[in-house]
Design a protein around this ligand. Structure first.
Ligand code: LLP
Length: 424
């Protein structure tokens, strides 16, 4: 069930009319539903109940402190990709002991910080990175827990910019090099080789490629065990898609996917390890927060043209980059639908780029001043926003039942240049 629905002709987040939020807080604004966020998280944790499993929310999807705090209180761990994200986890009251650190370019300072805070694991992507982590750990008198991100060469069948598991990808260690890389890791004195991970891409509607990647990891764990390298956890990455309301179709329900992962893992452990369990880690981002957020915007002008009609809104590519960057199709709904003519418009923002569009060829019955909601905008929306054109970033709000909480206020123009200095 979606927590965004029309009630008495007005689109609501839970029990709050989005038109009221637009009036009170202005637009553009991101609005999140707490209930939707928690439902999605429970989709992962319910089938995992009583098992050694950890859901490490990939916070790059949405790293607002209030969202992190909610998830941390539900027991979430976090998948981070920078020292800044680790500091956010700590600021939100999250447990660094449940943090895994992904990414191809961890700096010495980031590794030091992560070791000092005692993270759960580094997901390592190359031999030079292993060497660097080993060196830093040795210098600090610590041992670094590491997992290797293996590239299983599985086609995720998604947009090329968000497919990461193919041979040509910058991510991970090639499957054919994995064994040799594990041997190198095991030989380094300041590392504990504890796990294996992969992440083959994002917005996967079908879980077949995810399960295929899992099978490859299982194969590798068996090979490593024969070499005396025994892993304690298996991290299947993130990647499960969401329903954007497009023609692409519906994703596999979270619980079905998670149950299939456990069924495979259990059958394998029963066959090869007398049923001895292994910890399973998930790194979902989009499927936790994507459909839990909308981007509200107001119509500024209607601009009919010879070939195209434009609906100019007050949100732009700096607020939501997905259409401009990936040609992503995002659903747009009027908050208070009107009867009458619905001409076909391109929905565009005020930024000075032809690429500044949010939706194309949409039939909309709208007038200037109307509020529109871009649906399923909770993931990779605010976190990818920028200040291009000296535009302050949108406000963020969290709805909980009939309450609205401001969880990030709108930036003011003066704040945008406050860090700059004139040369005298
Ligand atoms: N783990 C790793 C190592 C990742 O790189 C990512 C996402 C995730 C987990 C979470 O994946 P998810 O469950 O959200 O699919 N900006 C793009 C998506 C980029 C994904 C980057 N990595 C978009 O808006 O579609």
């Amino acid at each position: 069930m979606s927590h965004f629905s029309y009630q008495n002709g007005v689109l609501h987040a839970e029990s709050v009319a989005l038109s009221d939020i637009a009036t009170r807080f202005g637009t553009p604004a991101y609005v999140y539903s707490k209930a939707q966020l928690l439902d999605n998280f429970t989709g992962y944790t319910a089938p995992a109940k009583g098992r050694d499993a950890l859901v490490c929310y990939a916070m790059k999807a949405n790293s607002n402190l209030a969202i992190l705090d909610l998830l941390a209180r539900e027991g979430a761990g976090f998948d981070i990709v920078s020292g800044g994200e680790l500091l956010r986890v700590i600021a939100a009251g999250g447990d660094p002991g449940k943090v895994i650190f992904s990414g191809v370019g961890k700096t010495v300072q980031e590794i030091e910080l992560a070791l000092e805070k005692g993270i759960l694991c580094f997901n390592v992507e190359s031999i030079p990175e292993l060497d660097r982590i080993n060196e830093v750990a040795g210098r600090l008198g610590k041992r670094a827990p590491v997992s290797l991100r293996v590239n299983p060469n599985v086609d995720a069948k998604t947009h090329p910019y968000i497919a990461t598991g193919l041979k040509a990808s910058k991510f991970g260690v090639a499957f054919s090099d994995a064994l040799a890389t594990y041997r190198s890791a095991a030989a380094l004195p300041h590392l504990d080789v504890v796990g294996i991970d992969c992440h083959i891409g994002s917005q996967l509607l079908d879980d077949a490629p995810l399960l295929e990647a899992l099978d490859k990891l299982i194969e590798l764990i068996d090979t490593l065990a024969l070499e005396g390298i025994h892993l304690h956890h298996l991290d299947v990455g993130g990647g499960l898609g969401i329903d954007y309301g497009s023609a692409d179709g519906q994703p596999v329900p979270i619980g079905d996917y998670v149950s299939r992962v456990f069924a495979r893992v259990d059958a394998w452990r029963a066959a090869k390890y007398d049923g001895k369990p292994i910890k399973v880690i998930f790194e979902p981002g989009r499927s936790i927060v994507g459909n839990a957020g909308v981007l509200l915007m107001s119509v500024e002008f209607l601009k009919p043209g010879e070939e195209k009609n434009f609906c100019v809104v007050d949100a732009a590519m700096n607020d939501m980059a997905r259409p401009a960057m990936y040609q992503a199709w995002m659903d747009v709904k009027p908050v208070v639908p009107r009867a009458g003519d619905a001409p076909v418009y391109d929905l565009v923002g005020p930024v000075c780029e032809s690429g500044d569009w949010l939706a194309r060829d949409r039939a909309l019955a709208v007038q200037p001043g109307d509020v529109l909601a871009m649906m399923a905008a909770g993931a990779y929306g605010f976190t990818m926003s920028s200040n291009y054109n000296t535009r302050g970033r949108a406000a963020e709000l969290l709805v909980d039942g009939d309450k609205v909480h401001l969880i990030r206020r709108r930036e003011t123009p003066a704040e945008l240049f406050a860090l700059e200095m004139l040369v005298k």
